[in-house]
Design a protein around this ligand. Structure first.
Ligand code: ZN
Length: 678
């Protein structure tokens, strides 16, 4: 199923812009104009070029009509709808057997125009079964094939439809479960309450950067970082109906929004951090810890809520035996995750948000790394700075807390909580934190489909990370994305055979970072800094966030919104950058003078050698010392691969350089300059 999404036509709920009448008129007009102006009508093409302008300037790129749900201008349409899932979860962690047992009550609202005869629920813990599709679709030798749990055990599913609670039959298909309703859930607001009793063993296998949760043993005790830990509603939408793509471990999530109320029962000596506000802090924290929390809520300097000297001390817990139940509530989120451990040091600091609002940045990490220089003791402060920057730049951080948890994994984001590799420190810790915290905006606020369009969260996040470049005193590059140089991206264009628009599970895992993070982010940087201007792009980008906050945009909604708001038809760019694996090679091929006289001006010929196009910037340096910068729009390439233009000169041209600032991903820079013979 994901394969089809490499073809825009199948999925774009969009307007057919091309009519035969229109094409005919265009053709006639073009011929007439060419004849009137005495301009040669033939394309100026060099036979050795790979370039085909009709593939780039392709009127069939977006074909389908807008729908009542999604407007042609890229904003939600008048009939836009989304279903809603609210959850109440009670769970108990049995730390002796790494077992989580829970009951979830899902209140599901069907806002769609369709009656639903069945519901689909995600059981993503089934990915850890040895017979899961995830396990069976990774090659021998890859640790991701090493799946060891029995997945989710379902004890009972019942539904409360109307007045009676009844047991209900279900069918499990890999990571998904269909619930067969006895009578349909009616359209336009029908509601149902499901209750599911379940359990699963917490995975202890390290899957490299794709480890999204699990249990880790430290010197002093375990850390549990727990996600996709309750049956979650699959999204039913206007694009696919039920989004039935199986979870295979690389592609992430796609979820509806709702309110959560959840409790976690753990041994008395555990500290729990999770998505949302802690409701019963009087029951689970000491008086001293509560007053430190209140102090942190007013403090611009990090406060230890649980200091490393508190870890393991009975005086640092409100009780000294038995169990404690931690109670959290989260409003309007797509998911909740949490972590629990007896070894946590817990830090907190105030985040200053626009309009005098605030939130709390927190870091939870094992005592044995508390003294690592430039390490986790700086994490809460990093989060504070990152969130303050992103809140100013885009839209304010929406949650009461933001917590980073040290875990044995590369980095994984959930609403208001991120799990991050425990051994990070220094710039790398700041960079990973900025990335995971940046995911608050994509996909937690702007809820795109991560399963299919990884670039809409990873690429966008990497792009905003690059804007946060210098928020820290140490001036680190937060994204690994240097927007001043294209050198690092030409490598990707040279090497990668797949387009960005491929589902992450359908490309080799080592390619995912290059395409979905780097290439996608660099494309947005090109738009912002080169193709458009910053103000024009920023205005539209902010509006994209505002219009699609807590909603489900598709790539075409984004493309259309940017086209509409910036006043540009960027279809050529969307196609070449996101749907193709094309390369760019601009070159200066010839320099001469009008009547052989430098005082009358230079005539410069440039060429587009490969299949991608870009607007052109040329620097002309004269022997007299003058430098002229010429900017040419992308439309010069609309009918051929060579372009000849005049530049006013007063002395002999010393050199002509195309893309003088090295902003474009030109795969062969050796032909970018023309130098006068000595
Ligand atoms: Zn990410």
């Amino acid at each position: 199923m994901p394969k089809m999404f490499t073809k825009p036509v199948l999925n774009a709920p969009r307007g057919n812009r091309v009519t035969y009448a229109g094409l005919f008129l265009f053709f006639i007009t073009a011929v007439l104009l060419a004849a009137c102006e005495g301009k040669p009508a033939a394309m100026t093409m060099d036979n050795n070029s790979h370039y085909d302008p009709r593939q780039v300037f392709d009127l069939q790129f977006m074909q389908n009509n807008s729908t009542p749900e999604r407007s042609a201008s890229g904003v939600p349409g008048p009939a836009y709808w989304q279903n809603r899932a609210d959850y109440k979860i009670t769970a108990k962690l049995d730390e002796t057997q790494n077992l989580l047992k829970g009951r979830v009550e899902i209140s599901y609202t069907n806002n769609s125009p369709d009656d639903l005869r069945y519901l689909w629920v995600q059981l993503y813990q089934n990915i850890y079964r040895s017979d899961s599709r995830a396990a069976l679709t990774v090659p021998y030798g890859n640790p991701r094939a090493d799946r060891i749990t029995d997945g989710v055990q379902i004890y009972a599913v019942s539904a409360f439809q109307g007045t009676t609670l009844e047991k209900i039959s279900y069918y499990v298909n890999d990571t998904n479960m269909r619930i067969d309703l006895t009578k349909p859930l009616i359209k336009h607001g029908g509601r149902i309450r499901l209750t599911i009793d379940y359990s699963f063993a917490v995975s202890s296998v390290y899957y490299g950067p794709w480890t999204r949760m699990g249990v880790m043993n430290t010197k002093d005790g375990p850390i549990f970082a727990i996600s996709h830990w309750y049956p979650r509603m699959m999204v039913y939408d206007d694009v696919h109906g039920w989004n039935t793509v199986p979870y295979r471990g690389i592609g992430e999530f796609f979820l509806d929004y709702g309110d959560f109320d959840y409790t976690i029962e753990v041994p008395w000596n555990y500290i729990v951090v999770g998505t949302g506000a802690l409701i019963n802090r009087d029951a689970v924290l000491t008086r001293e810890e509560i007053s430190r929390l209140d102090e942190a809520a007013r403090s611009d300097k990090t406060i230890h809520i649980v200091a490393s000297s508190d870890v393991g001390q009975t005086g640092a817990r409100p009780v000294s035996n038995g169990q404690l139940t931690w109670h959290f509530r989260a409003h309007n989120v797509r998911d909740v995750a949490w972590a629990a451990s007896p070894v946590f040091v817990l830090d907190a600091v105030k985040i200053r948000l626009p309009d005098n609002k605030s939130a709390l940045a927190m870091a939870a990490y094992p005592r044995d790394i508390a003294n690592v220089p430039d390490g986790w003791s700086y994490a809460a402060d990093d989060i504070k700075q990152e969130i303050e920057f992103f809140s100013k730049q885009f839209t304010p951080y929406p949650y009461p807390t933001a917590t980073a948890v040290a875990m044995p994994l590369g980095g994984m984001e959930y609403p208001a909580i991120v799990f991050l590799y425990v051994n990070l420190h220094g710039n790398l810790l700041s960079r990973f934190l900025a990335h995971e915290i940046g995911h608050t905006w994509f996909p937690m606020i702007v809820g795109s489909n991560e399963h299919l369009y990884t670039w809409m969260d990873e690429g966008f996040d990497t792009f905003i990370n690059s804007q946060a470049f210098d928020i820290f005193n140490h001036g680190i590059n937060l994204s690994g994305l240097n927007t001043n140089s294209a050198d690092y991206i030409t490598d990707v264009l040279n090497k990668e055979k797949f387009p960005i628009m491929t589902a992450a599970d359908d490309i080799p895992e080592e390619v995912v970072y290059n395409l979905e993070y780097k290439k996608a982010a660099y494309g947005l940087s090109l738009l912002r800094n080169y193709i458009l201007d910053q103000d024009n792009f920023d205005h539209a980008f902010k509006d994209y966030i505002a219009k699609w906050a807590y909603r489900h945009p598709t790539p075409y909604d984004f493309f259309r919104l940017i086209n509409n708001e910036t006043g540009e038809d960027l279809d050529w760019f969307w196609k070449e950058w996101f749907f193709e694996n094309w390369k760019l090679d601009q070159t200066v091929t010839d320099v001469r003078y009008v009547d052989n006289d430098p005082k009358k001006g230079g005539i410069i010929t440039i060429m587009n050698n490969d299949r991608m196009v870009m607007p052109v910037v040329v620097a002309v340096h004269e022997s007299g010392g003058k430098t002229t910068i010429i900017k040419l729009p992308v439309e010069i390439w609309a009918d051929g691969n060579t372009w000849k233009f005049k530049v006013n000169t007063s002395s002999k041209i010393r050199s002509v350089v195309i893309d003088p600032d090295n902003l474009l991903p030109d795969v062969d820079r050796t032909n970018n300059a023309w130098n006068a013979p000595p």
